[in-house]
Design a protein around this ligand. Structure first.
Ligand SMILES: [Zn+2]
Length: 263
């Protein structure tokens, strides 16, 4: 496992793993910020209770994300903190756009991640403290993005997405690269014993600090990912509230983690 500082992306908006950008010019990936792709960018589509309530900035933000990524279609979904990750077998065509002013945004059935081997489609999840998990099988050009909060991690969303990549796309975990992007760090994230229990990490006597990305690294390795293929962002959404939205910091706004393959 290597620590990486996500830097301003050269191929899309926001910040990205600079090693991945150097290695694979056909890959578009990253996490947006408060100022990229537009000043005041906010990708929120749903309220915390799951009701449809796009932020006033959502239309401009999603449109700018598609423009900056150079891909024609983006897919997203209402996220439910579960295990469900959906394969995308072909480019979605004909469906109405999720936002009237954003030609290419398609909404899928509720889930917490997307997997595809299809070029030209931008897979997106919204995050603000939860861990954005970006995955790529370079040989097959198969990509995935997952929203992983503690409930999703406990439910096995990471393992489920790796299984899907192997089963659907012939991308075995041993050959998949994993990057855990900007998320709340262990120093900023204090949770109750029930969270540790749900994650199989014992039961501290009182609230304690949890590094969710460390838990994800352990799970990825157990699921067959080579430790040398895992990178973890140094960046924290709560420590860097001037750059990112933080749910624990009190923000309603959301950034997007995105990944796609250029045609
Ligand atoms: Zn922090």
């Amino acid at each position: 496992m290597t620590l990486v500082r996500d830097e301003p992306s050269v191929r899309g908006p926001g910040v990205a793993n600079p090693h991945w950008e150097r290695e694979w010019p056909w890959l578009v990936h990253g996490v947006t910020t408060r100022r990229a792709p537009v000043d005041g960018a906010d990708f929120r589509l749903f309220d915390a209770d799951g009701s449809w309530n796009p932020s006033p900035e959502a239309e401009a933000s999603w449109r700018a994300l598609l423009d900056a990524s150079g891909l024609e279609v983006a897919v997203a979904a209402r996220q439910v903190h579960g295990r469900e990750v959906r394969p995308l077998r072909s480019r979605p065509a004909g469906a109405p756009s999720a936002l009237p002013g954003v030609e290419g945004l398609r909404l899928r059935d509720p889930c917490d991640g997307h997997v595809t081997g299809e070029a030209g489609v931008l897979l997106a999840v919204t995050v603000a403290d939860c861990v954005p998990v970006l995955m790529v099988h370079p040989g097959r050009r198969v990509v995935a993005v997952v929203h992983a909060g503690w409930r999703g991690v406990a439910a096995g969303v990471l393992e489920g997405s790796l299984e899907l990549m192997a089963r659907e796309q012939g991308a075995p975990a041993g050959e998949v690269r994993v990057h855990l992007g900007p998320a709340i760090c262990g120093r900023c994230y204090e949770v109750g014993p029930e969270v540790f229990e749900a994650l199989g990490l014992g039961s501290p006597p009182s609230p304690a600090h949890l590094d969710l990305r460390r838990a994800l690294v352990d799970r990825a390795r157990t699921a067959g990912v080579d430790g040398r293929h895992i990178s973890v962002s140094e960046r924290c959404t709560r420590c860097e509230r001037d750059v990112f939205y933080s749910h624990r910091g009190g923000d309603a706004g959301r950034q997007v983690a995105y990944i796609g393959v250029r045609s």
